[in-house]
Design a binder for this molecule. Sequence first.
Ligand code: ADP
Ligand code: MG
Length: 600
Amino acid sequence: MSRIRVLPPEVASMIAAGEVIERPASVVKELVENAIDAQAGSIVVDIKGNGCDLVRVTDDGAGMTPEELDKAILRHATSKIGSAEDIFAIKTLGFRGEALPSIAAVSRTTIASRPRSTDTGAALVIEAGVVTRRCLKGMPPGTTAEVADLFFNTPARRKFLKTTATEQRSIIDVIARYALAYPKLAFQLGIDGRTVIDAPGNSSHEERARSLIGKSSADRMATFSRDTDMLRVFGLLGRIQDARKNRSGMYVFVNGRSVKDGMITAAIMGGYAGVLVKGSYPVAVVFIEVDPREVDVNVHPTKAEVRFRNPAAVFGILSSVIKEAVSSSMHMNASSSPGEDAWLTGRGIPQAGRLAEAALPPHLHPYAGQRQGEDGPTRPRGRPVDAAETLPLFGAERDGAGHAFSYAGLTILGSFRNAYLVLSDTDSLYILDQHAAHERVTYERLRRAYHSGRIPSQSLVSPRVVELTPGDFAAFLDARDLIESLGFSCDPFGERTVLVRAVPQEVTGSDVEGVILDAIHAPTEGYGQDTAGGRKIDAILAALACRSSVRIGVSLGREEIERLLLDLDRLGSPATCPHGRPLYKRITLGDIEKWLKRKP
Ligand code: ADP
Ligand code: MG
């Protein structure tokens, strides 16, 4: 007897549902796509908690007759395609006819709908895929889908959900993406009765970007567009210093569909090649419009990926237009008035070194503040050494004779390209990366202060107003305690603004908005040991240190170099930066003699 069985339909549909509906944000996405496909002008989304208790999406679109409603919840029932050929030229967001049955299989769903041509609507209640009620219902034209008790019959799924804040953030992200892609439509999102997104209709892509990505970043974004025979690309590009440590600021749309596509990401990164610090990603909103026959959207159950017929051509066009826009924005700002508000102030950008230095207001100068109270030109003064700092907690280098390596014991020969300090002792040359070295010092100070429970904090003369995206604001609320434990003092203000009143002393002078965003965007996994609020402390401290450390391209005075070397020694002469890159390269006399063929 064969042990192979054909699964009962309710089991099969639960498995299929798992592919489409992973989490509450998937429900939101599918329902919003249906509303957009139904030509809605306004889409209102309400959520309770993490979205499992309730997701309700109301639209004023075409609606369904009672007969259509009955069909809509059947698997592979769709009004959007009719034949196999249609799959190759999809103009709607949906086409698989799987969303409603998948949602209905794992929840208690009520769908009420009324076409514009009739006076009353009809409603259906489906529990775990079984219709339990049908009735007529008075309602305005359009459709309301109400999904309650998501995953009540698949408890394993619930266990995989992340924190309420994280699930809410994903939902906000879904709405923000569609609102960016469809500026003509009005979008509203309420979470537990609080309005999180309120985007009026008849808007433009730029206005939407401004309201959803944060006014301060979006105001300073550069626009680009290009039309070719094959495709049209346009969008907005963020400044270098608004770059993030993850891809959360990259919004990519292909024919109105939000996609995550490695090739497109690579093309955007390619456009920014050479100007972004390693490990950071630009804020970028990129719209690609192609003939639907040029792109296959049927490659992923949630349609999050696409496949272009000619990916190389798309890559080429995209990376070249972005490269052009990035470099012309840099040029524009270099020749006008470089300043804090310039599109680009070169943090960690070799090419922009001189610009960065010129653009640096006095209070932003590296080591500003630490200069005060200096009593002699040659004797560098660091902060008083505290006990923790004298402990060589990590990899102090030792030479062959067992002596600890000392940076301050080296002779300062000079600096190369305002980036690398050239040092020597009797038998070696050392090339020291000034940014990495300073970053390590700042990082260790922050880390030790954090672990001793007292990061000194510095009040700002006037609070800084940081406007966040709805998603970042939710993330901020989630991470607020953590952020405050790092020496920030900040208050939420309104629905998405944060007033920063104080910052950690080590980061005074650096870009406040940048450090707050770093803390919000810190990876929630994969870096360092300690976690708080799900975020990795070390990653945040490293990001803060990076922001507040002397840049490549800034010239350091002799005392500043001496102080830096002394600081490194106090910390036990570390050999690497917080990210693990080496701080210096040693070239021995033997190496030199070998290169110049003085010795065999
Ligand atoms: P798909 O969107 O892939 O066609 P769905 O399961 O999401 O599959 O929806 C099935 C059908 O139900 C759609 O093709 C559409 O005809 C109808 N439908 C779903 N939601 C709406 C809505 N909000 N307004 C009008 N019709 C809808
Ligand atoms: Mg659909």
